[in-house]
Design a protein around this ligand. Structure first.
Ligand code: ADP
Length: 581
């Protein structure tokens, strides 16, 4: 540096020399500073966390920093001189990019300039990555250049996606649990199917099954399996697992600790299943949780993933535990509903019994009082005026007594028979029998040939001999049905009796043209002491059909009625062939 005057040199020349020197020095210093500055900027750009790329107005890359190398995989020497659009812009957006640049050069306006936007960029490996991009144009001498910052936002995207998926999953779990809360649970099997299906769909697992602990808590039995691939259920196929074979698994269940086995083959609680269950079925991950009921573990909810292993998240485990809770609720509700049903049944039985008692009292008082008073007055007449009555009058009175005694005896017989049937002591001894012959006898007994008002027509089809039926019960059936047909046809008419065979068994049909049975009474006809509302003064105990029903049931058959008030009545009895041959 020059700081002194040099004597002997002309002052103005000296000054000029000094000035030149100074300005040279100054310029050197400026250049140095500029170089240093440029170097600093270059190293800043080079070490920046964003890719910094500049391109000329033809889109040719002029600078490409280290981060650009990392993000896009192209080394700087590969990238420089290449058109940017071919290198990092996915094919689909290339044309738009080229057009945008051309538009800017023509008009000075560009939609994508001077702002930050998210776009997809292409790497050397052909992978598309989300990037945040800002581009700005600047003048370099007479031409335009474009600078851009590019930031790889894949990690942020991944986090966002994960958070979004977690939020979606939380909503899915919550909706599913709410729906399962609403699900009716009084019918356990129906509720269970609903729960298993929803559970499998929500957790997207291959199989979900329900296992029930056996009373001694030493084994579990598979009751129901939902298979996601088939979208359907199978029952447990009787698979039983014993504590002695899988002590770790049972201990986990008993301790209310869910078994979370991402790798079921090696998990300490599930590896014992490997040979017999996991490997043959291709099960790789399991998530099992106990189902608790009244303070004890009552079952297991089992999730199985087939094929690709699954790492169960905390949320999934929580969800599975909550679903197990819904099954506990279903167990409880169904048990309560059952208890309520039983109480209701007991109450209904009680009510029916008291109704039967009431009907019995009313029938007995009517059916006994009338004959008893008729017998009493006949006896009194005979006692006091017997010697004054002529033989025909006397005979008539004895007839009356005999008829009424017979009627009461018959009724008592029916009561006894029904008592026997109710106590399950009605015997069933089928023996080969000729049904047609039996019908003829019964018709003869019930409708003596000289009965003027009724005509009985017997029609039969096929060979009715050698049928294995209980003769006593069959007499009961036919006598009751036939006497009713006659009794409830006070104006007479034709009674048809049909007997035949078809594929399903022996058919017996007895039809009349009498008063008929109101539809409203038909359902209860077979209850004891029940009589239809239109019987009027026709006497009866309401026991005959109850006995008939028992006799038909003992044969494993069925009885039906077709009738209507004033339309006649037809009873049809079908006795299965299996019981007859
Ligand atoms: P009952 O001794 O009263 O005849 P049943 O048990 O034999 O008792 O019949 C029950 C009721 O069914 C009868 O009281 C009657 O109301 C009705 N019933 C049965 N058979 C006939 C029929 N053939 N026609 C009309 N009503 C009938």
């Amino acid at each position: 540096m020059v700081t002194q005057d040099h004597k002997g040199v002309m002052p103005n020349l000296r000054d000029t020399v000094r000035q030149d020197e100074a300005s040279r020095l100054a310029s050197e210093l400026t250049q140095q500073a500029l170089l240093q500055h440029g170097e600093r900027i270059r190293s800043m750009v080079e070490s920046a966390h964003d890719a910094v790329i500049t391109i000329d107005e033809h889109g040719i890359i002029e600078s490409w920093n280290g981060r650009a190398e990392v993000i896009f995989g192209w080394r700087s020497d590969e990238a420089l001189g290449q058109p940017l659009s071919r290198l990092i812009i996915p094919e689909a957006f290339r044309q738009a990019h080229d057009e945008g640049m051309a538009r800017f050069l023509q008009t000075g306006a560009g939609r994508v300039l001077n702002r930050t936007m998210e776009v997809t960029a292409l790497t050397k490996a052909g992978k598309e990555v989300p990037v945040e991009l800002s581009i700005w144009p600047f003048r370099a001498g007479s031409r335009y250049m474009f600078g851009s910052f590019i930031r790889d936002v894949s990690a942020r995207h991944q986090t966002e996606t994960r958070l979004r998926m977690q939020a979606e999953q939380a909503i899915r779990f919550r909706d599913s649990l709410l729906d399962l809360s609403r699900l009716p649970k009084t019918d356990f099997n129906m509720a269970l199917d609903g729960i298993l299906r929803r559970d499998a769909d929500t957790l997207q697992v291959s199989r979900v099954s329900f296992w029930r602990f056996q009373p001694a808590q030493k084994s579990i039995v598979c009751e129901r399996v939902y298979r996601a691939d088939a979208g359907d259920f199978t029952d447990g196929e009787g698979v039983v697992l014993y504590e002695r074979d899988y002590p770790d698994y049972f201990a986990a269940m008993a301790s209310a600790r869910p078994v979370v086995a991402d790798d079921a083959l090696h998990h300490p609680d599930t590896r014992a299943f490997a040979q017999e269950y996991l490997l043959p079925n291709g099960v790789v991950s399991m998530l099992d949780t106990g189902i608790w009921f009244q303070g004890r573990v009552a079952g297991v909810l089992c999730h199985e993933q087939i094929g690709t292993a699954h790492a169960w998240s905390l949320e999934e485990v929580d969800y599975a535990v909550a679903v197990a809770g819904k099954i506990s609720l279903a167990l409880e509700s169904s048990l309560r509903a059952q208890a309520e049903q039983e109480t209701l049944r007991a109450l209904t039985r009680e009510k029916e019994l008291s109704e039967v008692r009431a009907r019995f009292v009313s029938i007995a008082s009517h059916e006994f009082r009338t004959p008893l008073s008729a017998i009493k007055s006949s006896v009194e007449l005979l006692k006091h005026y017997g010697d004054r009555l002529d033989p025909a009058e006397k005979a008539e009175m004895f007839d009356t007594i005999e008829r009424y005694v017979k009627r009461m005896t018959e009724m008592l017989d029916q009561v006894l028979q029904l008592g026997k049937a109710d106590a399950g002591r009605m015997e069933f001894t089928p023996r080969p029998l000729d049904l047609e012959a039996l019908l003829r006898q019964v018709i003869e007994e019930v409708v003596p040939r000289n009965a003027p008002r009724h005509r009985v027509e017997l029609r039969s089809e096929g060979d009715l001999r050698g049928l294995h039926l209980d003769e006593r019960l069959l007499r009961n059936i036919t006598t009751n049905l036939l006497s009713n047909a006659v009794k409830y046809s006070p104006d007479g008419g034709v009674v048809t009796v049909f007997a035949g065979r078809d594929g399903s068994g022996v058919i017996l049909r007895i039809a009349d043209q009498g008063i008929g049975i109101p539809v409203a009474d038909q359902e209860r006809l077979f209850e004891s002491f029940y009589r239809a509302r239109n019987v009027g003064s026709i006497s009866g105990s309401g026991l005959g059909l109850a006995i008939v029903k028992h006799a038909v049931d003992l044969h494993g058959g069925s009885i039906g009625v077709e009738s209507g008030s004033g339309r006649g009545t037809a009873f049809t009895v079908v006795l299965p062939l299996t019981a007859t041959e």
